[in-house]
Design a protein around this ligand. Structure first.
Ligand code: SAM
Length: 453
């Protein structure tokens, strides 16, 4: 699927793009016409400042047209840091010696309740790989514990590549998206970064989504850990991986994550010559938005408030908020310790993130309606492509924000937030939807919950 020679040659041959050619490609992108590999490679290679700004602007327009003002909010939940792998970049690698920990079901219940108290409805469950300490049965039981004991409505799962049988178990327990980062698509970098371990099998890892889809999982989310290899190569590979899934299964990635390598215990960033700077990072996110307009792009708290706010306007559609990357981190107050998987750059609380987004006119969304209404996989993508999803999403986002404001807001948020939701409801063009929405906002203020279209 990933042909290193082909991608390398493509990137080489597009190194000095002509301006008129770039303009033509941008016109195509603005009209949501699918870009081919050559065109994407050109956008990754543009050096002209004006043209780079154009890439940004068009990514911003596409983001606005497809996602409106909505930004999906979620939190990661780390339940175990046992790991048999030795990924050189990761604080949880087996060579790092510290007392490992996995949460009991009682502790998981507590974490879920604490996340619920922060207003979260959507989690990304994170587990190190350890067949002995955290077999699939542990993961399944943990998912049930969270669903049964909290109002968390969607659990996305980020666990190591596994078998069809185990993916079936995840599917049956009702996960949201199955997320797995390839880390790097470069086979040499992959081998170097994953020495002597279960995760070291590049092909097994690369074809994890084939097995997940075979098991019935309809939403899968890819990603690259940027900094391990050449960023342009990684973006081309992500796009090709997505096309492969689309061609083979009729639907590609539901989301793409763009984590950037951060300092972690037992590694030094100086050992990574492929680290990317902020400008390169912004470019890669915006080019991904142009190349795959309908795929959600996820940005975590590895990035600063400033970077997150800028990229939300130019392509990112989902962000984590108030994240802890240590096991038990929501219930127990920890200082940042060597037990975190990596360092964070945005340590604002959830309510601060939401207030800041709303100040910029953005709608923090806790909506999980699509998933619960069975609008997943190719059905979701079809609705996204023909624009129908926008009609449902904006009102649903506004309703979930109203719930958030009523249940978790302080006085300031209740006062400003309710004004905000009514103003946004007024902007809905369809009269019937607008009236139903306003009616629902009143119902939520009076105490009803979980209303959605
Ligand atoms: N064990 C699972 C696996 O192997 O896929 C879960 C992955 S881990 C909990 C989530 C992700 O964190 C990894 O896939 C990796 O991309 C990212 N990560 C690890 N170390 C990191 C670091 N130093 N900086 C930024 N992200 C890192």
């Amino acid at each position: 699927m990933i042909d290193k020679d082909y991608i390398t040659k493509l990137l080489k041959s597009t190194r000095k793009p002509q301006l008129d050619e770039v303009k033509k490609i941008l016109d195509k992108a603005a009209k949501r016409i699918k870009l081919n590999h050559y065109e994407i490679a050109i956008l990754l290679n543009v050096h002209d400042k004006e043209m780079i700004k154009e890439v940004f602007d068009i990514a911003g327009e596409l983001k606005q047209e497809i996602y409106g003002d909505r930004v999906v909010i979620f939190a990661p939940l780390y339940i175990s840091n046992y790991c048999v792998n030795n990924c050189k970049f990761c604080g949880y690698r087996r060579d790092n010696k510290f007392v490992r920990r996995k949460l009991t079901q009682e502790e998981i219940k507590q974490e879920a309740i604490d996340l619920e108290k922060l207003g979260h409805k959507r989690l990304a469950l994170e587990v190190g790989e350890s067949p002995k300490e955290t077999p699939i049965e542990y993961v399944i039981e943990s998912i049930k514990t969270i669903y049964d004991n909290s109002s968390i409505r969607r659990i996305n799962v980020n666990i190591a590549a596994t078998t069809v049988e185990e993916y079936k178990m995840l599917h049956e327990v009702g996960i949201g998206t199955y997320i797995l980062f390839q880390e790097t698509y470069d086979t040499e970098a992959y081998a170097r970064e994953h020495p002597k371990s279960l995760k070291g099998d590049y092909d097994y890892h690369l074809h994890a989504f084939d097995r997940a889809v075979e098991a019935g999982i309809e939403d899968v989310g890819g990603g690259v850990l940027f900094g391990l290899a050449n960023w342009r190569f990684e973006v081309m590979s992500l796009i090709i991986h997505n096309e492969y899934l689309e061609e083979k299964y009729g639907v590609g990635f539901h989301t793409i994550s763009v984590p950037r390598l951060k300092k972690a215990e037992g590694m030094s960033l100086e050992d990574y010559p492929n680290m990317i700077d902020d400008e390169q990072f912004k470019r890669l996110v915006t080019v991904i938005r142009l190349a795959v307009p309908y795929i959600g792009i996820i940005l975590s708290t590895r990035e600063t408030k400033e970077m997150r706010e800028e990229l939300i306007l130019h392509g990112v559609s989902q962000v984590s908020a108030g994240s802890k990357t240590d096991v038990g981190g929501y219930h127990e107050e920890h200082e940042l310790t060597e037990h975190d998987q990596f360092e964070l750059s945005d340590e604002r609380s959830v309510i601060e993130v939401n207030k800041d987004l709303m100040e910029k006119g953005l709608i923090p969304s806790y909506c999980t309606a699509c998933y619960r209404k069975g609008r997943v996989g190719d059905r979701f993508m079809q609705l996204a492509k023909d624009g129908t999803i926008g009609l449902i999403c904006e009102p649903n986002a506004i309703m979930t924000l109203t719930e958030y404001i009523m249940d978790y807001g302080d006085q300031e948020l209740i006062e400003n937030g309710l004004k905000f939701v009514f103003e946004h409801a007024e902007n809905i063009k369809n009269q019937t939807v607008k009236e139903n929405l306003k009616n629902n906002i009143y119902r939520i203020i009076k105490g009803e919950r979980d209303l959605f279209f």
